[in-house]
Design a protein around this ligand. Structure first.
Ligand SMILES: NC(=O)c1ccc[n+]([C@@H]2O[C@H](COP(=O)([O-])OP(=O)(O)OC[C@H]3O[C@@H](n4cnc5c(N)ncnc54)[C@H](OP(=O)(O)O)[C@@H]3O)[C@@H](O)[C@H]2O)c1
Length: 429
């Protein structure tokens, strides 16, 4: 074993960074044996230098992250600051000064992954980011390496623990959205400002990263269709249950059946209770991968939290250190397929539409005609009503999002349709 240590600069020492430092210290001997050289924490960049950080030598702490990554003797920079800047500049500066990079930063990788990979390639360095998607769950490496010989057709997953906790609470207790969000906040599952989670931004960033790797195609954050889950109601859950379904916020990356394009989207959807994703409870994450030769694979586990996320960071750190000792680099960006990313209108799926209608003869026929005129075939219709008002629940066969959009627009114009109470996609069948 080499005695000269590999030097690691830790940028950020918060929820994730503090756990990375702890594991590096407590498992130092094992990590050295697995890597073939000791790893040494050479510096820790933070914002507040005076904060007490258990287990961290105060002499290593600095507020000058730039100087740390420019030192020239750093082998690996671990970026767990988060956000776009200064993380982006620090990562590119690290490459320029000879270091490889491990990051957990989904926002930055989804937005600027191509440029960061290009910078890593230019300097012949590694860029690893297993922790950026679904915390501890091995997903990036299985897609980048284990499935590199297969053809992935679909990635369908629950990649945000906060929203899964809220939807699971709504499902199991019958609570409304706000009540379930308040519970998630009180238990520490939701941040004070939950926008990034509940509006689907966090899941969309992960979908962009997953789609890019799965389909060997550059998928930008802007390519991902995004719908949050704040409009999901207790009534939607009641409807879902009647269909033998539950509701999850899903990230769905798909290869189109024809035409060689791909799509990536995040939205709430009904899935059958028999689907493995329906049983993913509380704040857990799970991702279902369908590929040509391997078939269906399921990845499940804690998608966030300090120790689980640090586990993924440490796995990357070991891999990058091994590469470095071997004078090699791991897989870089693979975007050779350059498939077009289709807009949401071309996505084909099933829909559950709930309408408030006048309770009088002929309404059902009128509504059915609108569906037929837009080429959307109806699977089931359920009607209930009294005192002149009725509710109509229509479940369609597979149709394009554009066709469904046209149908709903026309339905809204019917005098007998008082309102469209909810539209929900049905997935996983
Ligand atoms: N938390 C999770 O469960 C989780 C899961 C998966 C991925 N991630 C990703 O991991 C990254 C870190 O998340 P986190 O939850 O650990 O964040 P966090 O608890 O807010 O920690 C951020 C750290 O960065 C430091 N920092 C902030 N601005 C800085 C600057 N300009 N220069 C130097 N240091 C700076 C902070 O310093 P102070 O300590 O002085 O404030 C803090 O130590 C993010 O990209 C996040 O998306 C987190």
């Amino acid at each position: 074993m080499r005695t000269r240590p590999l030097k690691v600069a830790l940028l950020g020492c918060g929820v994730v960074g503090s756990e990375v430092a702890r594991i590096m210290t407590t498992h130092a001997a094992d990590l050295a044996a697995r890597i073939g050289a000791p790893v040494e924490l050479a510096g820790v960049a933070v914002r507040r230098p005076d904060k007490v950080r258990e287990g961290i030598d105060p002499a290593l702490v600095t507020t000058d992250a730039t100087a740390l990554v420019k030192r020239g003797d750093i082998d690996v920079v671990v970026e767990v600051i988060g956000g776009i800047e200064p993380a982006r500049t620090l990562i590119t500066t690290a490459f320029e000064h000879g270091a490889s990079v491990v990051s957990a930063n989904k926002a930055l990788l989804a937005q600027d992954g191509a440029a960061l990979h290009a910078a890593a390639d230019e300097h012949d360095k590694d860029l690893y980011y297993e922790a950026a998607v679904a915390g501890a769950i091995p997903l990036i490496r299985p897609l980048r390496e284990s499935l590199a010989g297969d053809k992935v057709d679909r990635v369908l997953g629950i990649v945000n623990g906060t929203t899964n906790f809220i939807l699971d609470a709504m499902d199991t207790t019958g609570a409304g959205y706000q009540e379930a969000l308040d519970e998630a906040t009180a238990l520490g599952y939701a941040e004070a400002d939950p926008t990034a989670d509940v509006e689907g931004f966090d899941a969309a960033a992960k979908a962009a990263i997953l789609a890019g790797i799965a389909f060997h195609t550059r998928v930008r954050l802007d390519d991902v269709y995004r719908e949050g889950m704040t409009e999901v109601t207790a009534a939607d859950f009641a409807s879902a249950r009647e269909m033998g379904c539950t509701i999850k916020l899903l990230a769905i990356c798909e290869r189109a059946a024809e035409g060689g394009s791909v799509t990536a989207r995040v939205h709430p959807a009904m899935i059958p209770l028999s689907h493995p994703l329906a049983n993913v409870r509380e704040a857990y994450n799970a991702v279902f991968v369908e590929s040509e030769a391997a078939g269906q694979l399921m990845f499940y586990g804690p998608g966030a939290g300090g120790p689980p996320t640090a586990s993924a960071v440490l796995g990357d750190l070991v891999a990058v250190c091994r590469n470095r000792l071997g004078g090699a680099t791991g897989p870089g960006e693979s975007a050779y397929a350059a498939l077009p990313v289709s807009p949401m209108g071309e996505v084909v799926t099933r829909y559950h539409i709930s309408l408030d209608v006048a309770d009088k003869p002929g309404v059902l026929a009128q509504v059915a005609t609108v569906f037929a005129e837009h080429g959307v075939s109806i699977d089931t219709v359920r009607q209930s009503g009294k005192d002149g008002e009725a509710s109509l629940v229509v479940v369609t066969h597979r149709a394009s999002d554009a066709a469904l959009g046209g149908t709903v627009e026309a339905l809204r114009k019917l005098d007998t349709v008082r309102g469209v109470a909810s539209i929900m996609r049905v997935e996983g069948e």
